[in-house]
Design a protein around this ligand. Sequence first.
Ligand SMILES: Nc1ncnc2c1ncn2[C@@H]1O[C@H](COP(=O)(O)OP(=O)(O)OP(=O)(O)O)[C@@H](O)[C@H]1O
Ligand SMILES: [Mg+2]
Length: 255
Amino acid sequence: MSHRIELSTVEKTFGAGASAVHAFGPVSMTVEAGEFVSLLGPSGCGKSTLMLMTAGLLEPSKGSITIADIPVTGPQTDIGIMFQDNTLVPWRSVRGNIELQLEMRGIVPATETEKIDALLRAVQMEDFADRFPYELSGGMQQRAAFCQAMIHSPQTMLLDEPLGKLDAMTRESIRSDLQRLWMQERPTVMFVTHSIEEAVQLSSRVAVITPRPGQIERVLEINLPYPRDFDVKNTPEFSAYVRETQEIFRGYGVI
Ligand SMILES: Nc1ncnc2c1ncn2[C@@H]1O[C@H](COP(=O)(O)OP(=O)(O)OP(=O)(O)O)[C@@H](O)[C@H]1O
Ligand SMILES: [Mg+2]
């Protein structure tokens, strides 16, 4: 069962006194169980800071966060996380890195071989299962990290620009894998992206964040039926959502 995430007047300030940086907030928002919500905002507005706070890796300066009505007070272990910089360990192969996620949760990797292989195939990495991170391109490392984040079918997923380093074509294909996975298993997803099109294609709602300190400018409901494949981008409805979002960014002076 997926979980609801609730942010209540969450704020983060780094440092103190004259050198203090008010990075984020205050923001209040609820991501309902099973929803796919994108956070779209200019660089430096505090998106990664919010993801770290939600994962329990950074403490808010003010306000609180709950997942499934339980306050986040420390690192969350049963959620799937993918951050901007991938988290592969250099001393394990691609397969070994994916297995590490299972081992940490007390699952015997040998019982999940089929699932690992299926994920690797989905991201065209089956021929690189035994390679080490240093033998992979940036995009391949990111695809491996994607498998790592998905292998334990997490019910809550925090994805911070997970497709950022990928070439356009791989990005398109992983985007549809992600959408299929979300439709099948319905985890709650918080997804950070710089791409307006990506946010509109994937999300049930898009939260547009202001420049730092990031606050929610507008939340757009994307009322397009799923699955949203490549062709949806050619529809006038899709273009209208993209334009509406672009207008907000134009207002900030960032595009
Ligand atoms: N550990 C830290 N110490 C001090 N300041 C920090 C720290 N982490 C982030 N900041 C500051 O907080 C602000 C928000 O940073 P954050 O990484 O959350 O932005 P972002 O929205 O994820 O940007 P991007 O889109 O470029 O990834 C920035 O001004 C950054 O310099
Ligand atoms: Mg960031």
